[in-house]
Design a protein around this ligand. Structure first.
Ligand code: PGA
Length: 260
């Protein structure tokens, strides 16, 4: 059994319908009728489908996550936003924060991400924190510098004992939705860098227990190789999380690695 339990999370982004979301969730719940030690699985549907998806996965091994939240501790006058209390109310265990689409399309800076991280952890909602470099940054050999800036900014004022409720996701922007996957070596090397950063900023024990997922065109046919790397502890899956028969092989790779 792997020391760090592999985690496979599906980020459905702005996809699915009420019908397809419910069917997808029910299909996964059927394949994972209960929580198992070898893997942790979560799905992150669009906000309007959180409630029906929660119903479809109730009692199964599939957990619920949201794709975003507002950083306010309380409900209030924030038109169009979703409060952490509401996510909690409908059964979200996780929230994805700092995704590159939020950063690039919705102007979320490290400071914005940090405020959300602190608010979510403060409420007891677990965070899947995404970091990753653009292609131009990788080509300019700035990958580690970019990761360092995103980590320091997104985790400002986050205490070490809060990291037990945080999962990191390394998602090279150039690999998201492009079909270009980081090679297992490229991904592993970024994961090693991130783990070392956490060891330096916090301590080696926290770094050893922190799970770091890889995200960016993970598919059934590359999952085993990626998840088999010693510092890759699971996957954050976009496109391939939208169909049971594409997502399940990734979960199966997690189980195989987790039990190995
Ligand atoms: P992808 O997306 O699997 O479609 O590349 C991953 C993500 O954005 O989390």
């Amino acid at each position: 059994m792997r020391a760090r339990r592999p985690f496979v999370a599906g980020n459905w982004k702005m996809n699915t319908t009420l019908k397809s979301a419910t069917e997808l969730a029910a299909g996964l719940a059927k394949l994972l009728p209960q929580d198992i030690p070898g893997v942790e699985v979560a799905v992150c549907p669009p906000a309007p489908y959180l409630i029906p998806v929660a119903a479809a996965i109730a009692g199964s091994g599939v957990k619920l996550g949201a794709q975003n939240c507002h950083s306010s501790k309380d409900a209030g006058a924030f038109t169009g936003e979703v409060a952490l209390n509401m996510l909690q109310d409908v059964g979200c265990e996780y929230v994805i924060l700092g995704h590159s689409e939020r950063r690039s399309l919705f102007g979320e800076t490290d400071a914005v991400v940090n405020a959300k991280v602190l608010a979510a952890l403060g409420k007891g909602i677990k965070v899947i924190l995404c970091v990753g470099e653009q292609l131009s940054e990788r080509q300019a050999n700035q990958t580690n510098a970019v990761l360092e800036t995103q980590m320091a900014g997104s985790l400002a004022n986050v205490a070490g004992d809060q990291l037990g409720n945080l999962v990191l996701a390394y998602e090279p922007v150039w690999a998201i939705g492009t079909g270009l996957t980081a090679s297992p070596e490229q991904a592993e090397s970024a994961h090693v860098f991130l783990r070392q950063w956490v060891a330096n900023r916090y301590n080696p024990q926290i770094a050893e227990t922190l799970r770091i997922l890889y995200g960016g065109s993970v598919k059934g046919d590359n999952a085993k190789l990626l998840l088999g790397q010693p510092n890759i502890d699971g996957a954050l899956v976009g496109g391939a999380s939208l169909k049971v028969d594409q997502f399940w092989p990734i979960v199966a790779a997690g189980i195989e690695v987790g039990n190995g």
